[in-house]
Structure formats: C-alpha cells, structure tokens
Design a protein around this ligand. Structure first.
Ligand SMILES: [Zn+2]
Length: 248
C-alpha cells in the first residue's frame, strides 16, 4: 500500500512537471502560432527592411567583432505591437541610415536620433540607432511630423528623412484623431487599425523612395537636451581600444 501511494505521488509529480515544461516550451517557442503578432504580409513583403548593426561586446567595451541583424519582428517585440508608426519609422530610418552608413553597417555606438513624441517613432529610432535620452543621444521634437533626423557623431553628418506629401492616407489621419479624442465606436477603432496596417502594407510593397525623401542637413550641430539623470555610456568610452578589423 505504501509503495502504491509513493507511485501515485511520483506519477502526479511527473504529470505536473510535464505540464509546466509544455507551457514553458509553448511560451518560448519562436515557431508556429506563437508569432501571431507578426503576420504573413510582413514576412512576404519585398521592401520590408532589416538592419545590420554594430555594437560593443559588453558594458565597458570594446567594439564587437561581428554585427547583428535586426528585423521588423525584433522591432515588434521591443515596441509591443505592429503598427503603421513602427513600419513608417523602420522604413524611413532604413532609407536615411543608408546615407549615413554607405557600407550598410549601422554603428549604434555612434548615432543620435530625433523624432516627434510618437511612442512608435521614438522606440524604433532608439532601437535602431542606439540613441538614448539619458545619454544625450536621443532627442524629442514635438513639432516634427512624419520625419526623422539621424546624426553620426564621428563624421558630424546629419540627414533628415521625411514621408512624402500625400502618402499618409487622409482617412487614417481622421480616424486616428477621432480615436485619440475618446469619442469613437469600436467599429471606428477597428477600422483605424485596419487602415493603419493597410498603409504599412503599402509602404513595404513598393520601393522606399516612392514614400520617403532624404536630405542632408548642412552645418548641423548636435546639442543634447538636458535630462536630470543624464548618465555616461560606459561601453563607448573605450570602444576603440582593440583597434582591429571586425568581421562583417
Ligand atoms: Zn506603435
């Protein structure tokens, strides 16, 4: 009887452990329906950008020897949702960063960014450039529209990327205003979501130069905004110490 009780107890333990393992596996799996937040139309879009970035190896440097690839899916995970703002920022910044980094490698220890106060624009700009408000390398200008300024510290080059006039749908602009006002129906909220995704889909299904224009800003000087808890970024101070060629 004692043996039977022990066997039953062990069996229950094994079943519970199995359930925990399965649930954990489902949560951490990167395949199948766990990518529900990242629809097929993004994956199959011919002009969806990806980004090759260079960082440091650890908190006090030096430069890493290899680059990393950031995809739109990475940006969705960081930002929390897929939206037209995320896609607009990623595409616009991709177009502009090509100008600052002709070799295709974005140095996230050497780049500053300015956007309006949209959570989508600011998040994507910070992730892709490495600019951060607390280090004085990211700034917010509420007066900016659908545009992005990117600055390369070492070369003192600055560019501005803007969404071309007439590209942003008027119906979407109207609905966004309506939903933000708080006076809207669920149908209007869903329609706003649908139009936002439709707009994003259009942008990544045609060459980026059809949607964006990029201009160099001559004589630009970077002045960090003041921030009460501004800190110093340890990983970039001695980033050049190894002075060796990294492998792309
Ligand atoms: Zn967003």
């Amino acid at each position: 009887m004692k043996n039977l009780t022990t066997i039953c107890f062990l069996s229950i333990l094994i079943i519970i452990s199995g359930c925990i393992f399965i649930n954990h596996s489902e949560m951490t799996s990167t395949s199948g329906n766990t990518s529900w937040y990242y629809p097929d139309w993004i994956m199959n879009s011919p002009y969806a950008p990806s980004f090759k970035v260079l960082d440091t190896e650890s908190s006090l440097g030096p430069y890493a020897e290899k680059t990393k690839i950031i995809t739109l899916e990475d940006l969705v995970k960081m930002h929390g949702h897929l939206c037209d703002g995320l896609v607009t920022a990623a595409c616009g910044l991709s177009f502009g960063l090509e100008e600052l980094y002709p070799d295709g490698i974005i140095d996230r220890t050497d780049t500053c960014c300015i956007t309006n106060n949209s959570p989508c624009f600011g998040d994507v700009a910070a992730y892709l450039t490495g600019g951060r408000i607390r280090f004085g390398t990211q700034k917010i200008d509420p007066n900016m529209g659908n545009e992005f300024i990117v600055y390369r510290i070492s070369t003192q080059q600055a560019i501005k990327v803007s969404l071309k006039d007439g590209v942003f749908p008027e119906a979407l602009a109207w609905l966004e205003k309506k939903v933000k006002s708080g006076n809207f129906t669920i149908e209007q909220m869903r329609e706003c979501q649908r139009l936002g995704w439709e707009f994003a889909k259009n942008i990544i299904n045609r060459p980026l130069e059809k949607s964006f224009v990029v201009k160099k800003i001559r004589g630009f000087s970077w002045e960090p905004d003041s921030y009460i808890h501004e800190g110093s970024r340890g990983d970039v101070i001695n980033k050049n110490v190894m002075q060796k060629t990294f492998h792309k």
